[in-house]
Design a protein around this ligand. Sequence first.
Ligand SMILES: Cc1ncc(COP(=O)(O)O)c(C=O)c1O
Length: 471
Amino acid sequence: MGKGQLNTSELLEMDRKYVWHPFTPMKAWMEKKDPPIIVRGEREFLFDSKGKSYIDAVSSLWCNIHGHCVPELDAAVQRQLGCVAHSTLLGLCNQPSIELAARLIDMAPRGLAKVFYSDDGSTAVEVSLKMAYQYWANQGRTDKRRFIAFGGAYHGDTLGAVSAGGIPAFHDVYQPLRFPVDHVQAPRLPPFSELNAAVGPCADNSSAPEDWEREIADTVMRYPGQHAAIIVEPVIQGAGGMIMHPAGTLTKLRRLANRHGMLLICDEVMTGFGRTGRMFACDHEGVCPDLLCLSKGLTAGYMPLGATLTTQEIFDAFYADPNEGKTFYHGHTFTGHPLACAVGIASLDLFEKTDLLNHAREMADLLWDELLALRGRPHVGDIRQTGLVSAVEIVRCAQSMQRFPWQWRVGGALCTAMREHGVLLRPLGDVLVIMPPPAIRAENIKKIARVVIECIDGELSRIVAQQEAMT
Ligand SMILES: Cc1ncc(COP(=O)(O)O)c(C=O)c1O
C-alpha cells in the first residue's frame, strides 16, 4: 500500500499527472514500466509500496552515509523537533548550527576557519563562486572575474554552478547565461585502477607537467591576472562519469593556484564524509583549499544542508564597517537549518562510534576484489574505484573502446534489470556507478557485485539484441 489511503496504482497515476522529475526526459518517463514508490528504509535497504526490498547501492543519490532509519539520527531530529524546527540565522543564532560549525572546522583540512551555511550542494558552490569573486573585488581587483574548471565538471544546477559545469548535455543550452569559465581537460586515473585510500599522497615534484597542467598555465597566460579561482571536484569528478584523478593531482592544483594568484575551490559535495575512504577527498593529499563546499553527506543524507568553509584570510577580506560595502550579501531562508544541523552533529558522532572510515575502507577493498572478476569481459571498458565509489564502464567493444549509441540507453536498461534483482543503481550514461552507503555490510557488497556481474553477463546481450532489432 502507498501512503495514506492511496494504493500503488493511484499514486503512480498521480505521479504521472503532477510530478516533473529531476534530470528526467519526461516523455520517456511516461512510457516507462512502473517505477518503484519508496515507502520505507532500513539500514542499506529501501522498500517499495509493494513490499519489494532493494539495496540502496547509489546511497540515495550519493548522500546516504549510515543507512536509512538510523535510530541515533532519527532521535537527533526528534530531539530538535522537541525544541524548535526552524529559526533564521539572519540576526539570530541557533545552537545546532554553532555546534556543527565548530565540529566541521575541527575536522576539516587545517587552515579552514569559518562556516557559511546554505541549502544544498548547488548553493554551497554558488556561495564559493560569489565569495571568490568578491574576495578579490573587496581588494579592488574587479578584473578577476574568470574561473578555471575541468571539462566534465559538475557543480550543481544554479546558474553559477552551471557556468562552472563542463557537461555539454546539461550545460550547453545555458551558454548565453554563463559567465566566463575556462575549461581544461581533466586528468584521469589509468584504466582498471584503484586509488587506494590507505595510500598517502604522491605528488612528484620533478615530473614533467601533464597536458592539463600545461593547459592551465596557457589559460592563465591568455588572460593574465584575470582568474579569481580554480574550482575542482577533488579526486573524483562525479556526474561527469566518475572521472578519477591520479594521486598527486590535488597537490599540483594547489601549487598552480598559488603560483598564478588564484583561489582553490574544492567542491566536496559528493566526495565529502567518507565517500573516498577519507573524511574529505582533500585529506588524501593533505591539501587545504581556500573554499570547501559540502552538502549531501553533511547530514548523512537525511536533510538538505549546504556549507562553504573558508580560510580566515577570505573572511578578513569581508570584515569591514558596513559602509565600506564589503559585506557578503547572500543568505537563504533555511540557512543553518536547526533540524539539518542537529542530524549533522549526530552523524559525526556516529562516524566515531562506529569507526566508519575504517569499515568503509574494508568494504571498498571487498568491492574492488569482487568487481575485478569483470576484467576481460568484452563489454567492460574500465573498472575504476576510489574508496566506496566504483564505476564500471560498459562499451560496445572493450578493445577499441567503441561506445554503444547513447540513444540505446544501455546503462539505464542494465540498471532497470538490476532493480528486478533487488539492487538500486543509477548510471551516468553507460557508466554503472556503485556507491553504497559507507555503513553497508559485507554480505550486501557481495550481493551488489554478484547482481552487477550477472546482469552484465546475462541481460546485456538481451538489451543489445533488442536495440539492434529496432535499428
Ligand atoms: C560535486 C557536486 N557538486 C554539486 C552538486 C549539486 O548538489 P545539489 O544536487 O545538492 O544541489 C552535486 C550533486 O550531485 C555534486 O556531485
